[in-house]
Design a protein around this ligand. Sequence first.
Ligand SMILES: *Cc1c(COP(=O)(O)O)cnc(C)c1O
Length: 398
Amino acid sequence: MKYKDLSIFSGNPAFSSMLHVGHPNIGNRQRFLELMNDMLDRRWFSNDGPYVKEFEKKIAEYLGVKHCIAMCNGTIALEIVIRALELKGEVIVPSFTFIATAHALQWQEITPVFCDIDPGTHHIDPKMVEKMITPRTTGILGVHIWGRPCDVEALSDLAQKHKLKLLFDAAHAFGCSYNGRMIGNFGSAEVFSFHATKFFNTMEGGAVVTNDDDLARKMRLMKNFGFAGYDNVIYIGTNGKMNEASAAMGLTNIESIEEIITINQRNYECYRKHLTGIPGINLLRYAGREKHNYQYITIEIDEAEAGLSRDGLQQVLWAENILARRYFYPGCHGMEPYKSFFPHAGMLLPETESKASSTLCLPTGTAVGTNEISVICEIIKLIIDNADLIRERIRNQE
Ligand SMILES: *Cc1c(COP(=O)(O)O)cnc(C)c1O
C-alpha cells in the first residue's frame, strides 16, 4: 500500500517528520550523563550495583510497596513471577493484550486461557473469568490495559473463592492508582515494564513488586541464577538482572515523573477538547478521581458513524506522517502458536475481536506538543468529513 498517495494534501504530508506513538520520555539529560560518568569511574555495571539498589528502593517508596525486584525487562519479570508462584496447567488471561502476557505462560508450558473483555473498560470481565475456570486452572493474570486498573476487587474475590493465584501485568500502569492506592499493591504481585515505549522507561527494563516477603526472596534468587552468595547456588534460576545504565535512566526519570505526567495529561485534555464532536471517533476517558499516567491516547472508531474503518483512518494518518498505531491487533488468540492451538477461540471473544479492529492509539508523550495535537485532530476531522472520497481512493488503490 502506498500510504503517500492517500494524503489529503495532494501528496504533501501534513508533518515533515514523523510523529510517533511511544517515543521515549526522557528526564533531565545532564543528570543522566552525570550518573553515567560516575558509573564508568566505578566500573560496576551489573550484579546488584549501587544504582539498581537505589532504584529498587525509590520505586518501592514511590508505590508504597514492600519489595521491588528490578529486572532486565517486563517479559522476564513475568516469567520469573509466574514460576515463583508455581502456576501450572491453565491460567486465565485476556487476549486483548501485548503478546508477551500470553508467551510468558506458554514459554513454561502453561496454557493461556483467553477470556473476553468488558467493552466499556477493555479489561477481562470477571463474570467471563468465572466461566473459564476448570479443574486445571491455577491462576488469573489480569492486565491493566492503557494504565486503567482492572476490576481488582471482583478478581480478588474470584481468586479467593476458587483458591487461585492472582497476578497483574501492570506494564502500562506505572504511576496509576486504584481506589487511591498505587498499582503495585494488588494480587500476589504486579509486573511493570520499563521498556523505552512505556510511560516510565529504563531503556529496557522491568520489575516485579510485591508485599510478600517469601515471594520476593524467591524471585531475588531466581533472577540471579539462584546465587545466595559467592559460589553458593541454592535454587534454579536465570539471568533477569537489570544493569546499572538502565537503573541510572530510571533514577533520572523518576525525578521527572510528575512533570512527565503533567505533559501527558495536558496532551490528553487537548485531544479530548479537539476530538469531541467528530462523528464516530470516541476517545477512551480516564476517570478523574484516580492517578493516571495518560500514556495512551486511545480512540475507538465506530465505522458506521465515521463512514471509514479504523484501518482506513490509519492509512490516511500515516500518509500525513502521523504514525498512529493499532494495539493488540488481531488479539493474542489470532497469533501463533495460539491461532493453531485454539482455532475457534475467536467465537468466545467477540468483544476482543471488535476492539482489536476498532481501536487506534495516537501520538503523545513529552516529544509531542499541543500545536501538533491540534493539527492531528484537525486532520482527523477533515478525514471523517471526507470519508466517502477517502473510501473510494482506498478502493482504487487495492
Ligand atoms: C510491554 C509489555 C510487556 C512486555 O514488557 P517488555 O519490557 O517489553 O518485555 C508485557 N505486557 C504488556 C501488556 C506490555 O505492554
